[in-house]
Design a protein around this ligand. Sequence first.
Ligand SMILES: Cc1cc2nc3c(=O)[nH]c(=O)nc-3n(C[C@H](O)[C@H](O)[C@H](O)COP(=O)(O)OP(=O)(O)OC[C@H]3O[C@@H](n4cnc5c(N)ncnc54)[C@H](O)[C@@H]3O)c2cc1C
Length: 445
Amino acid sequence: MKQHDVVVLGGGPAGSTVATLIAAQGYDVVVLEKEHFPRFHIGESLLPATVSIFDRLKVHEAIRSAYILKPGGKWLYGEKEVPGEFALYDRRASFKDHPYSYLVERSSFDKILIDRSMEAGADVRFGTEVTDVISENSRIVGVRCRDEAGVESDVCGRVVVDASGLRAIIPSKLRIRKLAEPHRMGIYAQYAARPTRDDVKAGWFIGQMFYDGWTWLLRLPGDRFSVGTVLTVERFRQSGMTPTHLLERLVAENPLLNEGMTPDRHRISDVIVTGNMGNSSESLSGEGWVAVGDAAYFIDPCYSSGVHLAMKSAEMVADLIMSSSKEAPVASSLFVQYQKDMRQHERTVQRMVDAFYIASRNTSVQKMVTTCQGGYFSRRFVTFVGGDFQANRSYIARVRNYCRIVGSLFGNNPARAPENHPHYLHASSSSAKRRPVVDSGSSRN
Ligand SMILES: Cc1cc2nc3c(=O)[nH]c(=O)nc-3n(C[C@H](O)[C@H](O)[C@H](O)COP(=O)(O)OP(=O)(O)OC[C@H]3O[C@@H](n4cnc5c(N)ncnc54)[C@H](O)[C@@H]3O)c2cc1C
């Protein structure tokens, strides 16, 4: 059987980045993708640290001309705002030359990236679902896949790169995929309307925190919005609502969503649910394989870190593969440092996510965060939310510890509980008894 240099599972941002970089250097790369592009995907708010990868892939011009420039992200804590304007970076920021990013429509963004992979020489097979993993002597040597006519075939390579997103084909097969606690879920849809807030008009990502959860509002090209919420599965169940009902009530009652769009707003997509928010693979590589992007791990998206981590991890893996001999199977030792670096990113972002949720539950922590605006604190924060996760490790550890200390010292000062929180939805006693219905599954992701 033919042995390719690299077999990539999935053609999202992680898969297309690996494929483009390696194929452009003359390697034989196959990408197996079950969908046809363009296809819907969530994750529209990008970070400035990713812009240098767009330059390297030679897609920056296409992205600049198609999407909305994003100057930063802003969090609403009740009545207060915490802005993170990318131009106010710390002097160590990697994105000094381009302190901005983009709000993108993922269907066309992912197509720009995969088209570039094909242009670079990758063999991209759409409509091809990977159904199994092939191992020989404990080494993964390839995969079995099925095309739309139902025809099965095996595809083998010197290394298999798992870029299959939350599906995480190889870690799932090896049973090394673990779900984070507490279980959180995302509920989202697109709306047609015009923006009413100046910051939304100007391309800012806006998030609003509520007890143990948050909502987002961001503009897409053509008077459309991405609207959604992240909350614990337990709170969703307690609400007794369906995902559609819950999202529509948020749009009607949540100040950000209600006031951020013109009253003629209307939903133009299905309401989609992603259940497995926050999960990680115990190992990110092994004999014959390596995982990139969400297939490696997926962290709560409150800092819009997903696409950056997907493309950054893919870039790191592509460089490692290209540094190895073209004649032999890729050794697992090649990815040891990659695993260490990726775990470091994961810990750093996860610590900041912990701090975020501590603040969501405690008004004293919220007060601390909102009064620490300006100067050193803000610049380090901006550098972190711009995507420089590795460079800010000690700062992040300090922030998380301050939040924990203030949170425990003033534990008797919790943010108002969901039942009487004006930004939250609470169930009526009759609806609480109904079982929730999930409108559509995370299979859309
Ligand atoms: C509610 C929510 C909000 C988010 N918001 C943001 C945000 O604002 N900004 C941000 O950066 N990130 C955000 N994310 C995260 C972002 O969606 C992901 O991190 C990002 O898409 C990961 O890219 P990827 O290439 O690893 O995986 P994906 O983009 O999921 O690509 C994986 C590809 O693999 C294919 N595939 C899967 N299984 C198979 C199979 N068996 N055979 C063949 N192909 C297969 C899929 O069709 C897909 O095209 C959000 C996520 C959620 C859930």
